[in-house]
Design a protein around this ligand. Structure first.
Ligand SMILES: C[S@@+](CC[C@H](N)C(=O)[O-])C[C@H]1O[C@@H](n2cnc3c(N)ncnc32)[C@H](O)[C@@H]1O
Length: 317
């Protein structure tokens, strides 16, 4: 039998330490909070915390000037875990009696946590860098794009050129005055039609990028998202976009940065291995547009394709 077992038995033989561990398994707590729950002085709590910390049962995290403690659940040694589970099983039996000390501890813990929730400043200091994970867990990421889209003026005429199955149209429809989705493939448009049914401001058009069936000077924003690498001859497309844009309009391009994934030509029919800033700027200049913004986008951790950029072009020099 390893000598550590006796240290662990000794640590778990003190009822106050067991009560503290049971609370720290549920919540990360400061010394003051723990003292209020178990109703002993802070120096006494600190002394027991120190022992539990030395024994590997709890971990400490600094949050500003405060120290926060929680049970070292993931990192607990298997033998220590087995021992703790045995003790906890007994304790939880006893906690069923609502007048027991253990039941009382959980009631006090709730009220201490309720006080903490009121002070959101303290909450965010406590969460620190963990907020990103909490935010993702609670709310996901899907709301970010609609929130950003909502910042656009809501009377814009937007043309999603090469809209495909219309994945972007539901995002733009609520904030557009008129939304055109154009693609040369009827099969893609059929899916886009289903997707946008009931969206009265959406108009789907079968057509070609180099011969847009759209009157001149009528579009505020033209979007080509993941489209241009499929088009061998690009200047006629840029010229058409320049023709339909209103003065002060925008041509937004989202596409791949230059890459060496030659397989994509064979498997996906790509005509260009991505684009450099210089290529887009030169295309713009030769067609009456100018490149106003070039941003290489941060890679999505789940994405397997080449990196993407967003470029904004505007009519004129
Ligand atoms: C890779 S998909 C992207 C679809 C959509 N923009 C998206 O982000 O999911 C490219 C689309 O461009 C369309 N396309 C390619 N060349 C075109 C052209 N010359 N005229 C019109 N549409 C074209 C294809 O039919 C296809 O639906």
């Amino acid at each position: 039998m390893s000598p550590e077992i006796f240290d662990r038995l000794s640590l778990l033989s003190e009822p106050l330490r067991v009560r503290m561990l049971r609370l720290l398994e549920r919540e990360e707590l400061g010394v003051g909070e723990l003292a209020r729950v178990v109703q002993v002085s802070q120096p006494t709590v600190s002394r027991h915390l120190k022992q539990l910390h030395q024994g590997g049962f709890v971990v400490r995290r600094k949050a500003g000037t405060a120290s926060l403690f929680r049970m070292h659940c993931d990192g607990l040694d298997p033998a220590a875990r087995a021992l703790w589970e045995l003790v906890r099983g007994e304790v939880e039996q006893e906690a069923r009696d609502s007048s027991s000390q253990f039941a009382e501890d959980l009631r006090r813990l709730s009220s201490v946590l309720a006080q903490r929730a009121v002070d959101s400043g303290a909450l965010f200091r406590r969460l620190g860098s963990r907020w990103d994970g909490v935010r993702r867990e609670l709310f996901g990421e899907a709301y970010v794009a609609p929130a950003v889209a909502a910042m656009l003026p809501d009377d814009l005429v937007i043309a999603d050129l090469g809209c495909g199955t219309g994945a972007t149209l539901p995002l733009l429809a609520p904030v557009a005055g008129r939304l055109i989705g154009l693609d040369r493939e009827a099969a893609m448009l059929a899916v886009a039609r289903q997707r946008t049914s009931g969206m009265d401001n959406v108009e789907l058009i079968e057509g070609l990028l180099d011969d847009l069936p759209i009157p001149g000077r009528t579009v505020d924003v033209a979007l080509c998202q993941l489209v241009l690498h499929h088009v061998a001859d690009l200047p006629p497309v840029f010229r058409e976009v320049a023709r339909v844009l209103v003065e002060g309009g925008r041509f937004v391009i989202v596409d791949m940065v230059e890459h060496d994934r030659v397989d994509l030509q064979a498997t996906m029919g790509h005509q260009h291995p991505g684009f450099s800033r210089e290529t887009i700027a030169a295309l713009a200049e030769s067609t009456g547009l100018s490149l106003r913004r070039w941003q290489v986008l941060p890679p999505d951790p789940d994405a397997q394709g080449p990196g993407l950029f967003v470029a904004v072009l505007r009519p004129g020099a």
